[in-house]
Design a binder for this molecule. Structure first.
Ligand SMILES: *[C@@H]1O[C@H](CO)[C@@H](O)[C@H](O)[C@H]1NC(C)=O
Ligand SMILES: *[C@@H]1O[C@H](CO)[C@@H](O)[C@H](O)[C@H]1NC(C)=O
Length: 371
């Protein structure tokens, strides 16, 4: 059912919707960075393999892919660091604020499987003695900060602080297709008070407008992109509906509606594959979907069910429907769900349906119907 045709997407809105103008009177040229899309197939179970339809609602934040699912997707793109440039694949993550890449200081299995930054090869590098630790739910790493030039699709940031990994324990990053993470959250949640890439872009006057925007392709197709400094109007076909940021930490907004779920806080996170909800809402949500729980805590629906509801998220007075084709995933093994965080996360499941704009100048998030 994951690949079934999109049901007619009902684009309805309350009469009371508030349209917040973006504060930009013109469509600005943006600098786009194409993101690669890769399916990562995990080895499935050797016995008892059954195809089930899981509802990927509640998962840990696991960096663009799920450790529980049988097939995962992550969106990442190229940047260069240093002079001459060393190229890295990074996850563009609106759910964290630090830039880090693998480095030659790290010799764990996860680091050795990836491209590593070698600071002695860069004439513009300057070192620090400041170390850091970052935990991302299931994955964590240790590192040391340094400064160097960073080139994001032609936007060249001077003296960008970034992390060079020194230890990546565990399996999480071993399976990742990317060599590091480029965090796009607010500076308040950056480890080591390291200035995020976006803040340096703004301070160094590198952007036409102080915003960035994501288009995430569906079904593993190419064409996903992140745009800095403007929006790409070829990637959406409705107006942009804005919602104020309620806490300048993550890209946190308020969602209302959907029956029982009133006045919840949600974060908009390109680094989370799915849609997550707080534990206390899980039962209600699964009941609304009609999913059955199994003894392992997984939730399933019949793959052939054609009467599944369209979920609707009311964000600042506008309803954003999410059809079953967007939230149902075919899984080939037992599906586990787990909730550890108190927030809803609008992850890639939502962001594939809606083009998203992250406006630092006006501290608001915009959504429009993705093409
Ligand atoms: C880092 O680069 C230097 C200078 O080119 C080289 O001598 C050294 O072997 C490199 N280190 C690693 C671990 O590749
Ligand atoms: C930055 O990267 C772009 C390609 O994305 C390249 O054309 C440009 O020359 C680079 N600029 C610098 C200063 O390295």
């Amino acid at each position: 059912c994951f690949f079934s045709l999109l049901p007619t997407c009902i684009w309805f809105m309350d009469s009371s919707f508030v349209l917040r103008p973006p504060g930009h009177s013109r469509i600005c040229p943006s600098i786009k960075s194409l993101l690669n899309v890769k399916w990562l197939k995990r080895p499935g179970p050797t016995t008892d393999e059954v195809v089930k339809c899981g509802v990927p609602s509640i998962l840990l934040k696991v960096l663009g892919f799920s450790i529980w699912g049988s097939s995962q997707i992550s969106y990442y793109g190229s940047i260069t660091i240093g002079t001459p440039p060393q190229t890295f694949q990074v996850l563009f993550d609106t759910g964290s604020a630090n830039l880090w890449v693998d480095s030659v200081y790290c010799n764990t299995q996860a680091c050795n499987a990836h491209t590593k930054f070698n600071s002695t090869k860069s004439s513009t590098y300057s070192s620090t003695t400041k170390t850091f630790y970052i935990s991302y739910g299931t994955g964590s790493l240790y590192g040391i900060f340094g400064y160097d030039s960073v080139n994001v699709s032609g936007i060249v940031i001077k003296k960008q602080i970034f992390g060079l990994s020194t230890n990546e324990p565990g399996q999480t990053f071993l399976q990742a297709q990317f060599d590091g993470i480029l965090g796009l959250s607010y500076p308040s949640i950056a480890a080591g008070q390291a200035t995020p890439v976006m803040d340096n872009m703004m301070q160094q006057g590198l952007l036409q407008d102080n915003l960035f925007a994501f288009y995430l392709s569906r079904n593993g197709q190419q064409g996903s992109e992140v745009a800095f400094g403007g929006v790409d109007s070829t990637k959406y076909n409705s107006q942009i509906y804005w919602s104020p940021v309620t806490s300048q930490t993550y890209w946190q907004i308020e969602i209302k509606g959907y029956g029982l779920f009133c006045g919840c806080q949600a974060i908009v996170d390109t680094g989370t594959s799915f849609l997550t909800c707080p534990q206390q809402y899980m039962g209600y949500l699964m009941q609304a979907i009609g999913a059955q729980a199994d003894q392992f805590g997984g939730y399933y629906v019949n793959c052939n069910a054609n009467n599944l509801p369209t979920l609707s998220f009311n964000i600042n007075g506008v309803n954003f429907p999410l059809p079953p084709s967007a939230y149902i995933l075919v899984v080939s093994s037992n599906w586990h769900t787990q909730a550890i965080q108190p927030l809803w996360i609008l992850g890639d499941v939502f962001l594939k349906e809606y083009y998203s704009v992250y406006d630092r100048a006006n501290n608001q998030v915009g959504f429009a119907q993705a093409v």
